[in-house]
Write a protein that binds this ligand. Structure first.
Ligand code: SF4
Ligand code: SF4
Length: 169
């Protein structure tokens, strides 16, 4: 039986595929990383999401991990918002841990939360122009309920600080 996080990924993948199939020109694509550049706050991850993300971080070249560690330390000390995701490669606008990225990154752009609406302003602008009326959005409240069963939730900065030990020298 699949791990609950894998099942959640599968559910999101199915929703994303259904939306993309109906809209081959969907805005979300490699190189569009506006969302990763303006996170409303430091990402929070459940224990299961962190365990997966850690495998992605561990597999990175040491210099990339060192850069990310520095950015995460700076993030922990920073009060202003929004923030740039430390796992974004700013030169290429690519996610360095794409296969291990958190649930919020997978659902963003394809799910709606009842009280908050859509999250992506670019997609919301299309909706406001009368496009995308046929889209069946995912319900983010359902995701939040499933995340509740995936272990303690902590900010990325806290998970990282308890795990990462800079190389000596
Ligand atoms: S959610 Fe919005 S900003 Fe993020 S990749 Fe999709 S279109 Fe781009
Ligand atoms: S983990 Fe990757 S997809 Fe998620 S916000 Fe950071 S760079 Fe973007």
């Amino acid at each position: 039986m699949n791990h609950p996080l894998t099942r959640l990924h599968d559910d999101i993948d199915n929703r994303v595929k259904a939306i993309r199939d109906g809209h081959p020109d969907w805005l979300c694509c490699k190189g569009c990383a506006s969302c990763c550049r303006q996170l409303a706050d430091i990402p929070r991850l459940t224990a299961a999401e962190w365990a997966l993300l850690r495998t992605g971080l561990t597999a990175l070249p040491p210099e990339q991990l060192t850069r990310i560690a520095g950015d995460i330390a700076a993030l922990a000390a920073r009060a202003s918002r929004p923030v740039v995701c430390p796992m974004l490669d700013q030169a290429s606008s690519a996610c360095l841990v794409y296969a291990q990225r958190p649930v919020a990154c997978r659902s963003y752009g394809f799910y709606v939360q009842r009280e908050l609406g859509l999250y992506c302003g670019d997609i919301e602008a299309r909706v406001a122009e009368g496009e995308l009326a046929d889209v069946v959005w995912g319900n983010h409240d359902v995701i939040d309920r499933q995340l509740g069963g995936l272990g303690e939730s902590r900010p990325l900065t806290a998970w990282f600080a308890q795990w990462y030990a800079p190389a000596a020298g």
